[in-house]
Write a protein that binds this ligand. Structure first.
Ligand SMILES: [Zn+2]
Length: 205
């Protein structure tokens, strides 16, 4: 075997070794990325403002209005959700994923959720209903005729509807205020990523 052929063979063997050796790592990273993208949350009754903003940012965040923690934990387990809470007593419960919030200020809570759960890269704002957590779907303008104020129908072109509660969303005048608020919370002067979907005005049906 010539020196060159031997060198090539060694490189091939080494690459095969590397692929096999680190495949578990890439698998784990893939699983982690997948799990983060699909991470579902359930927020306790003490954090109503937080859950609203998590939905605005596009996260699947259910709200537990029930003061009874058993109901919260049961739902977290059955729906495979991470509990976000201010209740320190829950931190000792085993078998559930839990994020214990350290602040009672909504802006700081949002920051903590994004940082501790590593969710900042998964923000897709204005894709969920901030009232019920349903997914928003674009609908033809004609679909909302008679269901939104006449002026809104005349002046807006893009509408979305909540697949769960039927609320209709459009780009209202307070969109810029919400975008600025999100950017401020995230510590970014510009808009959060994915801001091309920005329907925010709403009307329940
Ligand atoms: Zn809804």
């Amino acid at each position: 075997m010539t020196d060159n052929r031997e060198l090539v063979l060694r490189l091939v063997l080494r690459c095969t070794y590397c692929v096999n050796r680190f495949s578990w790592l890439t698998d784990r990273l893939s699983c982690r990325i997948l799990s983060l993208r699909n991470m579902k949350l359930i927020v306790d009754f003490m954090c109503g403002r937080l859950v609203r903003w998590l939905r605005v940012l596009g996260f699947d965040a259910e709200y537990s209005k029930d003061v009874d923690t058993k109901t919260l934990l049961k739902r977290a387990l059955s729906e495979d959700r991470t509990v976000v809470t201010r209740n320190t007593k829950l931190s000792s419960v085993s078998g559930i994923r839990l994020l214990l919030l350290t602040s009672e200020i909504p802006e700081e809570q949002i920051k903590q959720v994004l940082e501790d759960l590593d969710l900042a890269v998964n923000i897709i704002p204005f894709t969920r209903c901030n009232v019920c957590n349903g997914v928003l779907e674009a609908v033809p303008k004609e679909h909302v005729r008679g269901k939104v104020p006449f002026y809104t129908f005349q002046t807006q072109e893009k509408f979305k509807t909540c697949l769960r509660c039927g609320r209709i969303y459009w780009e209202g005048t307070h969109v810029e205020h919400m975008k600025r608020y999100i950017a401020q919370v995230l510590g970014k002067p510009d808009q959060p990523n994915g801001s091309e979907t920005r329907e925010v005005g709403q009307r329940g049906t």
